[in-house]
Design a protein around this ligand. Structure first.
Ligand SMILES: C[S@@+](CC[C@H](N)C(=O)[O-])C[C@H]1O[C@@H](n2cnc3c(N)ncnc32)[C@H](O)[C@@H]1O
Length: 269
C-alpha cells in the first residue's frame, strides 16, 4: 500500500518553528491548520492495517523498556503504542502538532519535549528510539541527519535500538535530463517529486483536486537518503544495522522496495 502522503506528508515535510528555504520555498508547514487536519482516523496512515503492524513491531523492539519517538507529531504511533503498555516520550518541533496530541493524551501519559530531534534532550534512558514516516528527510542537511543519529544514540541504553522508516529515493526513474517523477496518482491526488541531484534534495508537490473543490497544492522539501548513506550515518553514531525490511511486517527488502524499516543497534554493555 502506498500511503497517500507518500509517507512524506500530507502537507509537507516540516517545521513550523525554523523556516528554511529550499529552491526559494519557505518552510513553515507544520502549522495549526496542518496539525488540525493531520489525523485521518481509521484511514490512510491511521488505518489499522498500517498502524497495527507498526505498533506490534515497535512494542517487540522496545523489549519491555521505554521508547522515545523523534518527531512524535500528533501521536499517530505513540498513542496506540502507549496504549499497549510501552512507556513513550516524544520530541517534537511543532507546537501546533503537540497541541493536537494533547487533545488525546496528557503530559503524564506521554511527556513531550518541544525541540529539534537533532539536538533536544529527553530525560532518562530508553531501549528504543524511533523515527517513522520518512521524517529524517525533513532534516535538510547531512550534518543535521548525522546529528539526529547521534542524538538517538545519546538517549539509548547499551544494546538499545534506533528504528527508521524511510522511502527509497526513486533515482532509477530519472533518466538524464529529467528532474521530476510522479510517485503516486489516484483520483483526487497526484504526488510529484522534483529532484536536485547535485544538492541531494527533493521537493514533493502534493496536488489535491476534484469534487468541485478548488485544487490545492502543498509542497515539502526533503533531503533524500540512500539506505547505504543511512547505514554510514548510523556507524558514525556507533550503531550497527541489525535488520532491514520492506515494511513493518517483516517483508523482504529488495531492489523493488519503495521504502524500508531499518533497525540499528548499539553494542551491548
Ligand atoms: C510526517 S509527520 C510525522 C509525525 C508522526 N511521527 C507520525 O508518524 O505521524 C512529521 C513531524 O515531524 C516534525 N518534525 C519535523 N522536523 C523536526 C525536527 N527537526 N525535530 C522535531 N520534530 C520535527 C513535524 O513537526 C511533524 O510533526
Amino acid at each position: 500500500m502506498i500511503p497517500m502522503w507518500r509517507v512524506r506528508t500530507k502537507s509537507g515535510g516540516q517545521r513550523a518553528r525554523r523556516p528554511a528555504r529550499v529552491g526559494g520555498m519557505r518552510q513553515e508547514i507544520w502549522d495549526s491548520e496542518t496539525a488540525r487536519g493531520y489525523d485521518t482516523p481509521g484511514t490512510g496512515m491511521f488505518a489499522p492495517e498500517v498502524l497495527g503492524p507498526t505498533v506490534d513491531r515497535l512494542a517487540a523492539l522496545a523489549g519491555g523498556g521505554r521508547a522515545l519517538e523523534f518527531a512524535i507529531g500528533t501521536g499517530r504511533v505513540a498513542v496506540p503504542l502507549a496504549g499497549r503498555g510501552v512507556p513513550v516520550t516524544g520530541i517534537e518541533l511543532s507546537r501546533p502538532m503537540i497541541d493536537q496530541l494533547r487533545t488525546k493524551v496528557d503530559e503524564a501519559t506521554i511527556p513531550v519535549i518541544a525541540g529539534d530531534m537533532a539536538s533536544a534532550v529527553a530525560p532518562g534512558a530508553y531501549t528504543l528510539v524511533y523515527l517513522v514516516f520518512n521524517t529524517i528527510s525533513n532534516l535538510l542537511t547531512q550534518a543535521g541527519q548525522v546529528a539526529c543519529f547521534r542524538n538517538a544514540a545519546r538517549h539509548l541504553s547499551p544494546g538499545g535500538r534506533f528504528v527508521i522508516e524511510l522511502w527509497v529515493p526513486e533515482l532509477r526513474k530519472l533518466p538524464p535530463g529529467q528532474q521530476a517523477t510522479v510517485y503516486h496518482a489516484e483520483p483526487g491526488y497526484i504526488g510529484l517529486d522534483t529532484y536536485d541531484v547535485v544538492r541531494q534534495l527533493v521537493v514533493s508537490h502534493h496536488f489535491r483536486f476534484g469534487d468541485g473543490r478548488e485544487a490545492k497544492l502543498f509542497r515539502s522539501p526533503h533531503r533524500y537518503v540512500w539506505p547505504a548513506e543511512l547505514d554510514l550515518m548510523a556507524q558514525l553514531a556507533g550503531f550497527e544495522l541489525e535488520s532491514r525490511h520492506a515494511d513493518w511486517s517483516g517483508g523482504a527488502f529488495t531492489e523493488e522496495s519503495r521504502s524500508h524499516v531499518s533497525v540499528y543497534r548499539l553494542p551491548p554493555a
